[in-house]
Every structure is written in structure tokens, then in C-alpha cells.
Design a protein around this ligand. Structure first.
Ligand SMILES: [Zn+2]
Length: 307
């Protein structure tokens, strides 16, 4: 938008084009603003937890400040460069499964076993402080073909931080990851999905990472039980989907074998988020027509209420 409004309108044609662009973009901008407000109103900075295992600390952070309850929406490309990704239009039934808030010493190795048995590659959005505590889990995930991405140092809501705090959350985490993987970190997911266009641009331009949100959210952090987690993921997944889950909840890990097997049986192929981004297509595979399950309808209702 800024590029359009900065251009001087010398002739009526340019003026009309500008006016049309503004009219076309207005609903999207309003939606983006609503998302931003919803995100800010439903997320809060987690209280630091003293003691307990890293997993308990991470779990209590999640419980203390639940994730923003809205499914993020994408700005249409007509309004300029998009500032974050929720799904990728692709040809073929490719999807990206993502796991946040780990690594968990108790659960992530078990998840890696489940993934290895099925030759499934996923993306882990990890916390810097946990990478520092369990570099061996990250090293194993990389050796087995998974992607490691940034999810902040200790799960702070980035939209509440000043420049120094943001630098710590982003740079120190990327550094801790790169120390293990030997590769630069190119993807970032803000905790709670709490972000805004300005922050997204800063993460991309100043820190060199693309902001990745999600298109399928099973609300597994609410611990609804393995069956509900599995059912919600199966009901919401379409070609190009980015699926959110957390490898710090036992119920989530318990749900994964059946979830993976059902998705594989439907013909879905798992790739990392970077691989999915590289597959972006102008002729994407359409989503299969399917009515959402009662669990998903219920979850959509609760989403609306919270947002
Ligand atoms: Zn998180």
C-alpha cells in the first residue's frame, strides 16, 4: 500500500487506478487490523516459571498464556508483498507438519522415532533456551532430515518487546540453532501468533527470516485428548496446508501415529516448510470437498468467541 500512496498521481488514469487499489485493499487491511487486535487482546506475556524441568516450564508458559485464538488470514498479493505465510498454493498433495515449543527431552525423541518409522520430514519451531539445554535432540532431528526454525528464546510475545528484547529473542535463538545445525535459520514463528505487519517486515528484512503461521490448528495445547487432536488435523488439512502442533504435550505425541497414517492413506506427502515454500504454484491443487467434522465446527465456534 505504501508504494501506491507514495506515487504521485499525475494523470486521471493513475488517480483512478490508485483509488481502485485502495478500495480493493480496504477489506483486507481491515481484516489484518482485526487479526492484529485479536492477537494482541488474547495473548499476554507469560510469567516466568521458576524450577521444574524445561518441559514443565514450557508447558506452564503455554498454560499461562494460551495462543491467539484466531486463524491468521493472508493479505491478498494485490496489496503488495505478503508479510507472513499460513499455507502455500502447491500442485500435488504436499503439506508441512510443524511442531512448536520444544525440544522436549521427554517427548521429542519419541516423536522422532514415530517420524522415522514413516519417513516423514517435519519442521520444528524451537525455543532457543531449550536448544541450549538439549542440542543433541536438535542434532538428531537435523541428521534425520527435519528442518529447525526459530520460535523465540523463551516464548515471549514479540509484539510487546522493545528493540533489545526482540534482538535477544530472535538473534540468540538463531545463533543457538545455527551452532548445532551449521546452517542459517530462515523461518520464524512468533509465539502465540502474536505479530503485526511491521514486526513481520522487521523479522524478514532485519533478521532474515520469513514469518510462518499456520492454516490448521488442532488446539492441542488445550489438551483435548489424542482423538480430538487427530480428528481436527484430518478435518482441516488441504493441499499446501501448514499444520500446527506442539511436541511438549503427551496427548499430541500420542495422536501422531494415527494422524500420520491417516494423512498418508489420503495421499498426502509431508515436506518441510522450506520445501513447501519452494513448491509455490500458480495452478494449485484444489482442496477436496469435505464437510467439517463436529469437533472442527465446535472449535471454529470457540475461536470466534475468543477472537
Ligand atoms: Zn509456541
Amino acid at each position: 500500500m505504501s508504494r501506491l500512496t507514495e506515487k504521485p498521481a499525475f494523470c486521471p488514469a493513475v488517480r483512478i487506478a490508485t483509488l481502485l487499489a485502495v478500495i480493493l485493499c480496504l477489506p483486507a487491511l481491515l481484516r489484518a487490523q482485526t487479526n492484529q487486535n485479536a492477537s494482541e487482546s488474547t495473548s499476554s506475556t507469560p510469567a516466568p516459571v521458576v524450577g521444574g524441568t524445561p518441559d514443565e516450564r514450557a508447558a506452564s508458559v503455554q498454560a499461562a498464556a494460551p495462543m491467539a485464538m484466531q486463524t491468521p488470514q493472508e493479505l491478498p498479493s494485490a496489496c503488495g508483498e505478503r508479510s507472513y505465510v499460513t499455507a502455500v498454493p502447491v500442485e500435488g498433495q504436499y503439506i508441512a507438519m510443524t511442531f512448536d515449543d520444544g525440544p522436549s527431552a521427554a517427548l521429542t525423541p519419541h516423536l522422532l522415532d514415530i517420524l522415522k518409522q514413516r519417513n516423514i520430514k517435519v519442521t520444528f519451531f524451537v525455543l532457543g533456551q531449550l536448544v541450549q539445554e538439549h542440542p543433541e535432540i536438535i542434532a538428531r532431528a537435523v541428521a534425520e532430515g527435519h528442518e529447525i526454525a526459530n520460535h523465540s528464546w523463551d516464548h515471549k510475545a514479540l509484539n510487546k518487546l522493545g528493540e533489545g528484547g526482540l534482538k535477544h529473542e530472535l538473534s540468540d535463538t538463531s545463533e543457538a540453532i545455527s551452532k548445532v545445525t551449521g546452517k542459517p535459520v530462515t523461518l520464524m514463528r512468533p509465539p502465540y501468533g502474536a505479530t503485526n505487519p511491521r514486526l513481520n517486515r522487521a523479522i524478514e528484512k532485519e533478521y532474515g527470516m520469513k514469518v510462518i503461521l499456520w492454516s490448521v490448528d488442532p488446539f492441542d495445547w488445550k489438551r483435548p485428548g489424542p482423538q480430538a487432536v487427530s480428528q481436527r488435523i484430518l478435518a482441516g488439512t488441504k493441499p499446501g496446508a501448514i499444520i500446527l502442533a506442539h511436541d511438549i504435550h503427551p496427548g499430541t505425541i500420542e495422536a501422531m501415529p494415527a494422524t500420520f497414517d491417516a494423512l498418508l492413506a489420503k495421499g498426502y506427502k509431508f515436506v518441510t516448510v522450506s520445501e513447501l515454500l519452494a513448491m509455490e504454484s500458480k495452478n494449485p491443487t484444489p482442496a477436496p470437498a469435505a464437510s467439517p467434522s463436529p469437533a472442527v465446527q465446535k472449535s471454529a465456534k470457540s475461536k470466534k468467541k475468543a477472537a
